[in-house]
Design a protein around this ligand. Structure first.
Ligand SMILES: Nc1nc2c(ncn2[C@@H]2O[C@H](COP(=O)(O)OP(=O)(O)OP(=O)(O)O)[C@@H](O)[C@H]2O)c(=O)[nH]1
Ligand SMILES: [Mg+2]
Length: 590
């Protein structure tokens, strides 16, 4: 899994060849990289006190020593490896052709998102056949005056932003549905912010104009208050009155979508290997994993080897919205594909690769990229990016308990600009920090600031998993102080110690070269790479790290509460029965 893989084992006299090694590497793969046998690698690792079996992974540090023992110059794989995937995205401008727009529908609950999608579908679906059973594939195409439009059939800004958080840019145009009788509501505002944060053009559909209490002008007024100025009022946002019930205005809406698409100059090269976005997936009991993808560029063909998120496979078959088999699918078109080894997630990027080996490489790069991304979105990280000249704008999702403080805080934050960076508030709202806030911050590499508000439990979970920084404040100057330091690039990274668990020493065994403590893990867990403190009563007798961790002669990565294990401690052979081994690691935020 290395772009700089050596073709021959280096000779002793030859200058060392550089070898890219990932942050962690499985022994078998390391052996392959080094052009040697896994047994040789295991032997070298043992010399350093690392016990690993053929299928276990070792850290870069351990692998690097082995590599240099074998005459290579090891190098931590990073930036260059990531370009493996990036390279695929480049387009040959000469080959670009127009492609249909991909449209997502957003808006407040019950304002008619689903009804509008259904009404458009019923009257305009391409290639409609008498009696043909339409199948739900998560997207459909309509044809207006010979031009195609693709609609994503999962309405809502949450789905839209969740995909964007995965790096997917599937939508070209957002339709903001506002019910003419109800007007602009909280989720209308959220939808506006989500679409704006993505930089996607918005077309407003003022729906339900058939109702007697419909008041389209009031809607326009309310939108103007949110800096969404309608064309007829001198702005650039198109608003179309429609009724999903009577069908009024829908044709007009479709024509305006084409107009906006034309201005956006949407193009793709249909001749290149395809790239697309997974918008839906499921496990079909008879056909296995099925995933709907919208092709972004290139043409996807049956027989192509593909990667989608963390999974890969060969496209065995593709289906359209009537269940018809497709052989090839071009830019902006949807298809349900069969042949992936696992079910990908919505928002996963699909790319065509040369073969399975390449597919594995891409999956590994993606995993690593995700790992680094997860560490990066903190305020401290932003600060060090500012210091390094890599960042100029801090995207902030701001939540507060009351509307009054929201506006004051927004103004305060936006007034904090330093000569190096400024704040861009991408969304404000009252109430608890929600999952959708977290996804928005994630999608925009921003942070969340909660003023006198808590987070919903689901939001905390996602924030942890996605590496989104949620910061709570209840005093304005503390907040502005932090942000000011971040904008100047002088915020100190915070190093935190995290206790992993404790193990009680029940017996001590002599082994070659030292002692192993026979332990019972009493809480948490102990990892093979843990740092440890050996405590005897109240006294810490040694701080060191785990040198070996075994269960029943087997090297293991970690041992959980309630299990016995043998722990070797680096450079310490004076361990005694009754000692407590405290395992911990340090985390740097920033
Ligand atoms: N009179 C009238 N009713 C409509 C119109 N469009 C939708 N409705 C009704 O409004 C209600 C909500 O419509 P949906 O299409 O389910 O709204 P939605 O935005 O998809 O709602 P959620 O998915 O729950 O967020 C339904 O009872 C529809 O029949 C319209 O143009 N006129
Ligand atoms: Mg709906």
């Amino acid at each position: 899994m290395s772009p700089a893989q050596p073709t021959n084992p280096p000779e002793a006299s030859a200058p060392a060849k550089t070898l890219d090694i990932p942050a962690t590497v499985v022994v078998r793969d390391l052996a392959e990289l080094l052009h040697t046998t896994p047994i040789e690698v295991i032997k070298e690792l043992m010399k350093q006190g690392v016990m690993a079996s053929i299928n276990q992974s070792v850290s870069y540090d351990a692998a690097a020593i082995v590599a240099s023992q074998m005459g290579f110059e090891p190098h931590l794989q990073g930036e260059e490896a990531v370009t493996v995937e990036r390279r695929e995205v480049q387009e040959d401008t000469a080959k670009l052709q127009h492609r249909p727009p991909v449209v997502t529908v957003m808006g407040h609950v019950d304002h008619g998102k689903t009804s509008i999608l259904d009404a458009i579908r019923k009257t305009n679906v391409t290639g409609r056949e008498a009696g043909g059973i339409t199948q739900h594939i998560g997207a459909y195409q309509v044809e207006v005056d010979g031009q195609k439009i693709t609609f994503v059939d999962t309405p809502g800004h949450e789905a839209f932003t969740a995909m964007r958080a995965r790096g997917a840019t599937v939508t070209d145009i957002a339709i903001l549905v506002v019910a003419a009788d109800d007007g602009v509501m909280p989720q209308t505002l959220e939808a506006i912010d989500h679409a704006k944060a993505a930089g996607v053009p918005i077309i407003v559909a003022i729906n339900k104009v058939d109702l007697p209490d419909a008041n389209p002008d009031r809607v326009k007024q309310q939108l103007a208050e949110r800096e969404l100025l309608i064309e007829e009022w001198g702005g650039d946002v198109i608003a179309i009155p429609v009724s999903a019930k009577t069908g009024d205005g829908l044709k007009d809406l479709l024509e305006h979508i084409l107009l906006v698409a034309e201005v956006s100059e949407l193009k793709a090269d249909p001749d290149r290997p395809a790239e697309g976005t997974i918008i839906e997936s499921e496990l079909d009991p008879s056909r296995g994993p099925m995933a709907t993808t919208i092709v972004r560029t290139g043409t996807l063909r049956v027989g192509d080897s593909v990667v989608a998120g963390d999974t890969w496979g060969r496209v065995k078959a593709m289906f359209g919205e009537r269940g018809q088999r497709l052989k090839a699918v071009g830019p902006s078109s949807p298809a349900k594909i069969m042949g992936l080894s696992d079910v990908p997630r919505a928002g996963d990027i699909l790319i065509v690769v040369a073969d399975e080996r390449a597919a594995r490489e891409v999956v590994e790069v993606r995993e690593r990229e995700r790992g680094t991304a997860a560490q990066r979105a903190t305020l401290e990280a932003f600060s060090s990016d500012v210091a390094a000249g890599r960042a100029k704008e801090l995207n902030v999702v701001l939540k507060a308990d009351v509307q009054g403080s929201l506006e004051a805080l927004q103004q305060a934050l936006e007034g904090l600009a330093s000569d190096r960076a400024r704040v861009r508030v991408i969304h404000i709202g009252t109430g608890k920090i929600s999952e959708s806030d977290v996804m928005l911050a994630r999608a925009s590499s921003g942070v969340i600031i909660g003023f006198n508000v808590r987070s919903e439990p689901g939001a905390v979970r996602i924030a942890d998993a996605e590496g989104v920084d949620i910061r709570h404040y209840d005093i304005i100057y503390r907040l502005t102080e932090d942000i000011e330091r971040a904008l100047k690039g002088i915020m100190e990274p915070i190093t935190e110690e995290v206790i992993d668990g404790h193990a009680e020493v029940r017996a001590v065994f002599k082994v070659r070269g030292g002692r192993v403590a026979g332990c019972m893990v009493t809480d948490g867990l102990v990892r093979r790479n843990s740092q440890v403190r050996v405590k005897r009563g109240d006294e810490v007798v040694r701080a060191s790290r785990v040198s070996s961790l075994r269960r029943f002669q087997e090297d293991v990565r970690e041992v959980q509460t309630g299990l016995e294990c043998g722990i070797g401690i680096e450079g310490f052979s004076d361990v005694k029965e009754g000692d407590v081994i405290e395992a911990f690691h340090t985390e740097t935020r920033g």
